[in-house]
Design a protein around this ligand. Sequence first.
Ligand code: F0G
Length: 463
Amino acid sequence: MEFKTIIEPFRIKTVEPIRQTSRAEREHAIRVAHYNPFQLRAEDVLIDLLTDSGTGAMSIYQWAGMMRGDESYAGARSFFAFEQTVHEITGFKHVIPTHQGRAAEHILSQAMVNDGVIVPNNTHFDTTRANIEARRGVALNLPIAEGHQPATLHPFKGNMDLAALERTLREKRGQIPMVMCTVTNNSEGGQPVSMANVRGVSELCKQFGVPFIIDACRFAENAMFIKMREPGYEDQTPMQIAQEMFRLADGCTMSAKKDGMANIGGFLAVNDDALAERCRNSLILTEGFPTYGGLAGYDLEAIAVGLREALSEDYLRYRIRTVEYLSERMTAAGIPTVRPAGGHALYLDAKSWLSHIPQSEYPGWALSVALYTVGGIRACEIGSVMFGKQPDGTEKFSELELVRLAFPRRVYTQSHMDYVCEVLIYLHTVKDKIRGVKIVQQPSALRHFTAKFAPVAESVLSD
Ligand code: F0G
């Protein structure tokens, strides 16, 4: 007999208590945080779905690995364990550790991007975009049309528009230092990219002589989606699929805080010797010596073990099912979400859910504030607050107004998810009472982290 229930494939050995708060306490906390969930104290949050980045629970094998950490400044044993694992998965010749993903992006941008060049991607994540723009390059998004349609079902909604990429490569010849592809496509709903699409990007890059770099943060989840959805991959392991994908590219940037299953870390890996040398030289200036790159030896060990655990099929099946479960319950309740469910997160479609709030009053942001106020759940707006401010200071509303419920890896159980469903379903019954917000103070870039907001009415939710 084969049983159908997909269980959490772990048992709990250490627990971290979480604290219930009253509605009045939460109203006070969010007011003090200037209605910015990033400014809340984590202890005032009951279920923290702000991000899946660095928030996962490590395994006994990772903790044991940390005790093995070699803290030598140069040539540490832990570096070679890390390098070998990354090499086995990606096949890239040069492995350069960094303290997190954006440091890898920063170093790569310094080496590859300058005034006016164009870097296409399916969809740039905000730090990738910011690093390219900081070098005065243009970060160009080329997702397929379905990527922008929350309700349209497509098995690989994260795909890049290959015709648009070809046109760009042809028309902007000589102005494109690299093409990137983000797997899974976080900013478009955590949607996967098919192997056929990665192959298509790879062939175009070869044809035009442009390096192809994968933003690999969630490569293991992407590999599992390929196994589940792309004909011909059913019998391959996530490891084999990941290996095939990386071999189509010339390098990758990685945040080990995601599918590295670690709390900190990242890397840049490339094949090109001269590029690797340039990157290592700037690494020494900003991150550290090339065999630790801003990390402790024990971090390198945790990542070396974590990268393999992320590719476990039992784990990936549970992970993808968790998000799908929440998605099914939302659909049954009539709550609009990006469908199908993403790998690491469920994205609520705030623009259609709160159609009475104009984009100038940031419906996604308002929904995230309401979610905290009602249920102590912290989520993240991925919409006009995150993407609306242009480098020249003007405001251009984002096509989608999403609220992301991102799941820390191996942290929450099904009853936590049932609670999240209950809160969302309640919010749906009072949705007309949710009001928008305005920005009272903001920095010049990456404003969502620190901007201060105020409700446009008496309060964001008068239920
Ligand atoms: N690329 C993607 C696709 C990401 O999702 C992130 C981070 C990064 C690059 C940067 O990595 O945080 O280690 O510097 N995403 C987190 C998130 C922050 O919440 O989605 P980092």
